[in-house]
Ligand binder design. Structure first.
Ligand code: 6R9
Length: 646
């Protein structure tokens, strides 16, 4: 199938579009031609306690580096997601919760109920000593309490840091220490695909090395047995019974921190991406409404986890700011059967579904039967995010689950960008399977070569953003120099995304994947350096180099080259031990697919590992390894090729 298939906007979509083709072109032009006028208008889509008068104030240059949007405005995010809807839609459902176990009861929480839950949670946090500006770590399963906790933080002006429930105690500890978090919110256990996740037990181990933590709030979910440390740990339901369901929202400056979310980069430990209050909310809510064509009363389901940025912007903040009904699903898409995702769609009459390519590829493998055995009549729009979608998966999504009638909205963005940056408008943009298509309003893109030369027309290179946008991250928590260094020093005056990109003759953007040492495993970002440092932390490992390789389902898999300490013998047992080790050090998402024991690694004379060569060997592309003459010992390569793990 040609990757250049074009699927025009269906006539009925164009007719009722919030933004049609002409309007998109006009608004995009305005958004770049007169950005402050554009954002003056759209910044008002949310409620301000004190309206902003200054729209933007930013520079990507080192001398006067800084990013501010709506800087003199005052607002509260939870008030925007809750209070302002009470009069007009207090009885509308805000959150539908679908449990892991298909036989268990779903929950339906109205805006009025959500408001009360969030206020109560906020009062519990206050009683535990939380104040404006505190960093509160949230390590919860996909239960409504995760949204209550996030919104409760925003209500009192505390900064949340959500840590994905699949991360290990070490990973939790690293994040808690980095931002000096004083409170952790967790649950007894999580439940995913019928398996229990020992969340509280993980927190107990993590807290041993986190002296900043004074309180641990525990939500009772499975009822599983957990240890409670007196004076530090308390049950949420007990504390909530004794507080009021009224808590006034804290007035926050637009540039006050909203949340930190740790994400992997090409070097070092995960960095704390900081988003602030006003710009982020405007960006999340505007993109949510327009790209998903959200209309009141519709059921919208973003099947991500709140531990990732997609869950922040498109399960919680975007939809709730828009008064939408957002579905939260505790489990996994293909459990107990490969039909589950579509059964959930039917059960709750989902209209808009947003998921990841890796999910689609794993479902595709099961054939069409598990899809076509369900109705899916309610569906009218399908979205994807997290990694490049191959045209085959795109076309399958469109043809089988979507029955050819649902536009596929492929959204390219990053933790750093806050919300979507490149995506089709469903009523405006002709679709090309595999392309995220065109930039959102205010997004100024360029493709540059390695030296920073701007490439014009149909071309391929590295993707940069040349202007600030409201949802842009503002700093790396505790390390502003790293923020500048990571994103703005490669190409002067421009934000470097870390992604490669092709632009076709129609001006469509095709993301080709990361060009740095970040790999994308099932839509989860992983720094190769993180996996390497986990491996070398093992007593028998001398050195490790990790690269990604193409994987049919996961997009990329993890391939690790491991050099053992003198005297240690490679064995299958040791291989499994190392795999297990990485899972406990970081979490299951970092599980290496392949470990190749290698007596040496290809290094330059200055000691740099030549990853280009390791990538090629991992891909099985050993016919042309390129120039190996700069290697200190070129014979290492032959032995790596000869012993390639399969
Ligand atoms: C939202 C999110 C960001 C990286 C990004 C890119 C890849 C995300 C994509 C995509 C192609 C898409 N990515 N969406 N690549 N098409 N629609 O995933 O954030 O976890 O920070 O990952 O994911 O490589 O740079 P995050």
């Amino acid at each position: 199938m040609s990757a250049e298939t074009v699927i025009p906007v269906p006539a009925e979509w164009a007719a009722r579009a919030k933004v049609d083709t002409a309007r998109y072109a006009e608004m995009y032009r305005q958004s770049l031609g007169a950005p402050d006028a554009f954002w003056l208008e759209h910044g008002r889509r949310i409620d301000w306690i004190k309206p902003f008068t200054k729209v933007s104030n930013w520079s990507f240059d080192e001398a006067d580096f800084g990013i501010k949007w709506f800087e003199d405005g005052v607002l509260n995010v939870s008030a925007n997601c809750l209070d302002r809807h009470l009069e007009s839609r207090g009885d509308d459902i805000a959150i539908i919760w679908e449990p892991d176990d298909p036989k268990a009861e779903p929950r339906r929480i109205s805006y009025r109920e959500l408001h009360a839950e969030v206020c109560r949670f906020a009062n519990v946090l206050k009683a535990a000593g939380a104040k404006k500006g505190d960093r509160i770590t949230i390590y919860l399963p996909m239960i409504p309490e995760a949204a209550f906790a996030m919104l409760a933080c925003t209500r009192i002006g505390a900064i949340h840091s959500v840590v994905f429930g699949g991360f290990s105690p070490d990973s939790i500890a690293g994040r808690v220490q980095d931002c000096d978090s004083n409170i952790i919110i967790t649950a007894d256990e999580g439940l995913r695909g019928g398996r229990k996740v020992a969340l509280k037990a993980n927190v107990d181990v993590a807290v041993e090395s986190c002296p900043s933590v004074k309180k641990v709030v525990v939500v009772r979910h499975t009822g599983g047995e957990v240890a409670m440390t007196a004076g530090r740990d308390f049950w949420y339901h007990e504390a909530a019974a004794g507080v009021s369901a009224d808590c006034p929202p804290e007035p926050m400056g637009a540039e006050d921190p909203l949340f930190i979310l740790y994400t992997s980069g090409s070097t070092g430990k995960p960095k704390g991406v900081l988003h602030t209050t006003g710009g982020y909310l405007v960006w999340a809510s505007l993109t949510h409404e327009l790209l998903f064509d959200y209309r009141r009363g519709e059921i919208y389901w973003c099947a991500a986890d709140v531990g990732w940025v997609t869950g922040h912007s498109y399960i919680v903040y975007g939809p709730l700011a828009n008064g939408a009904t957002t579905l939260m699903y505790e489990g996994v898409p293909n459990w107990p059967t490969p039909s589950r995702i579509w059964e959930v769609v039917d059960r709750h009459q989902v209209n808009i579904l947003y998921t990841a390519p890796t999910v689609l590829r794993s479902l595709m493998r099961e054939g069409d039967g598990p899809v076509t055995s369900t109705s899916r009549k309610s569906l009218r729009l399908l979205g994807t995010v997290g990694e490049p979608i191959n045209p085959e998966a795109w076309l399958w999504y469109h043809r089988v689950p979507g029955e050819g009638r649902c536009p596929i909205i492929d959204t390219w963005w990053q933790t750093e960008t806050g919300a979507a940056m490149i995506a089709p408008f469903p009523g405006a943009t002709d679709l090309k399977p595999g392309s995220a298509t065109k930039p959102f309003f205010g997004v100024a893109l360029e493709i540059v070569d390695a030296d920073g030369k701007v490439l014009e027309g149909a071309t391929e290179g590295n993707l940069v953003v040349t202007r600030s946008w409201p949802g842009q991250m503002r700093t790396v928590w505790g390390d502003h120099a790293r923020f500048f260094q990571t994103y703005f020093s490669t190409y002067k005056g421009k934000y470097f995304t870390g992604d490669g990109c092709r632009r076709d003759a129609d001006g469509y953007f095709w993301i080709t994947g990361r060009v740095d040492d970040v790999i994308n495993v099932s839509g989860h970002r992983m720094g190769t350096a993180e996996v390497e440092s986990a491996l070398v932390a093992h007593a028998k490992v001398a050195e490790a180099a990790v690269v990604g390789f193409p994987h049919d389902i996961k997009g990329q898999g993890i391939y690790a080259y491991v050099t053992l300490n003198a005297g240690e013998e490679p064995s299958d047992d040791l291989r499994s031990e190392l795999v297990k080790w990485v899972r406990t050090e970081i979490g299951p998402i970092a599980t290496p697919d392949t470990i190749q024991f290698s007596p040496g690694l290809p290094k330059t004379r200055s000691g740099k590992i030549m990853r280009r060569i390791l990538r090629k060997i991992a891909e099985g592309d050993t016919s042309n390894l390129g120039d190996t003459t700069t290697l200190a010992d070129p014979s290492v390569v032959d032995s790596l090729v000869a012993n390639r793990a399969r």
